[in-house]
Design a protein around this ligand. Structure first.
Ligand code: GUN
Length: 289
C-alpha cells in the first residue's frame, strides 16, 4: 500500500513556495502578508495559530497575529475585518475558528473580501468556486487534490465517494473532484447503507468527524482512501482519524496516515493561497496604474 505521506509532500511544496515567495519579494519589494485573527483563549486554537505563523515565516510570508479578547463584541470584530479588507499591505486574512459564543461565523463569512480570504471559506469564495471561477479554493479539499496529484493517482473517470457534507471540507471536496472529472457521490450522516456506496468507490475521502468510522470491510480492494478526520490532542501523539487505517495494509492501493496525511497539506495550501492573493493584489495595483 502506498502511504500518501502529506508531511513529506508538504515539505516539497513549501520548498517550491519559498522560491515563488522569493521571486515575489524581488519583483514587488515587499513580502506577502497573512493576518491571523484569534478571538479568546481556546488552547487548541492557540496551537494551530502558532503553527500557521511558524509555517508562514519558514517560507518568507510575513504573518501578523491580531488577538482579541473573548469578550469582544461582533461589531468590534466587524471593524477589524473591514479595516483588513481595505489594508493594501494585507494579502490574506484568516479568522481562527471556532469563535467564542456570541460571535457569528457567518457574519465574517459574508464580510471578509474573497480577495483576502486565505481559507477560502467565505460565501463569496465558495460562490466563485461553485460557479467554476474560483479565486481561492478551501485549503483542506485543495490539499487533498494536491496530494492525489503528487502521487499520480488518476481522478478523471473514477468514481469518488466523499463521506461528510461540511461547507468547508465535504461539499467543496465533492466539487473539486467533480471539476477533475471524477463521478462523485456525496454521502453523509443520513445516508442509508453507507458501505454500499464506499464499497463501489475507486477513491474515498472521509471527512465525517467520527473516529474510526470506516475500515477494510468498507472499501473495495485497491481503493484509494483519504482520511481527513483528526481525533485527539492535535499534537501528534494519540491522534487518529475517521478510518481504521491499520486494517488497510495489503488491501487499499493507497491511504493517508493520521497524523501526517491531509493535515500538513492543509497548511501548505494556506500558504499557497496567501501567495495567490498577494499576486492578485499586485496585478490589481498594476491595472490601476
Ligand atoms: N480552525 C480549525 N481549522 C481551521 C482552519 O483551517 N481555518 C480556520 N480559520 N479556523 C480553523
Amino acid at each position: 500500500m502506498i502511504i500518501l505521506d502529506g508531511k513529506l509532500v508538504s515539505v516539497t511544496r513549501r520548498e517550491q513556495l519559498k522560491l515563488r515567495v522569493k521571486k515575489f519579494i524581488e519583483s514587488y519589494r515587499r513580502s506577502p502578508q497573512l493576518v491571523v485573527v484569534i478571538v479568546g483563549e481556546n488552547s487548541a486554537s492557540q496551537i494551530y495559530v502558532r503553527n500557521k505563523i511558524i509555517a508562514c515565516e519558514a517560507v518568507g510570508i510575513k504573518s501578523t497575529k491580531i488577538e482579541l479578547p473573548a469578550t469582544c463584541q461582533q461589531h468590534e470584530l466587524n471593524v477589524v475585518i473591514d479595516r483588513l479588507n481595505l489594508d493594501q499591505e494585507v494579502d490574506g486574512v484568516l479568522v481562527q475558528l471556532p469563535l467564542p459564543k456570541g460571535l457569528n461565523e457567518n457574519e465574517i463569512n459574508t464580510r471578509l473580501s474573497p480577495y483576502k480570504d486565505a481559507d477560502g471559506f467565505t460565501f463569496n469564495s465558495l460562490g466563485h468556486l461553485w460557479a467554476g471561477q474560483p479565486i481561492i479554493k478551501p485549503c483542506t479539499p485543495q490539499g487533498v487534490m494536491n496530494l492525489l496529484e503528487h502521487f499520480k493517482i488518476p481522478v478523471a473517470g473514477k468514481h469518488a465517494v466523499v463521506v461528510g457534507r461540511s461547507t468547508i471540507v465535504g461539499k467543496p471536496m465533492a466539487h473539486l473532484l467533480t471539476m477533475a472529472d471524477a463521478t462523485v457521490t456525496l454521502c453523509h450522516s443520513k445516508t442509508p447503507h453507507l458501505r454500499e456506496h464506499t464499497l463501489r468507490a475507486d477513491i474515498v475521502v472521509v471527512a465525517a468527524g467520527q473516529k474510526h468510522l470506516l475500515g477494510k470491510d468498507d472499501f473495495k480492494k485497491g481503493a484509494v482512501v483519504v482520511d481527513v478526520g483528526m481525533h485527539g490532542s492535535g499534537q501528534g501523539k494519540g491522534v487518529t482519524g475517521d478510518v481504521r487505517v491499520h486494517e488497510l495494509q495489503d488491501w487499499a492501493y493507497a491511504a493517508t496516515p493520521v497524523p501526517g496525511g491531509v493535515g500538513p497539506m492543509t497548511i501548505a495550501t494556506l500558504l499557497e493561497n496567501t501567495l495567490i492573493l498577494a499576486e492578485i493584489s499586485q496585478q490589481k495595483k498594476q491595472q490601476k496604474k
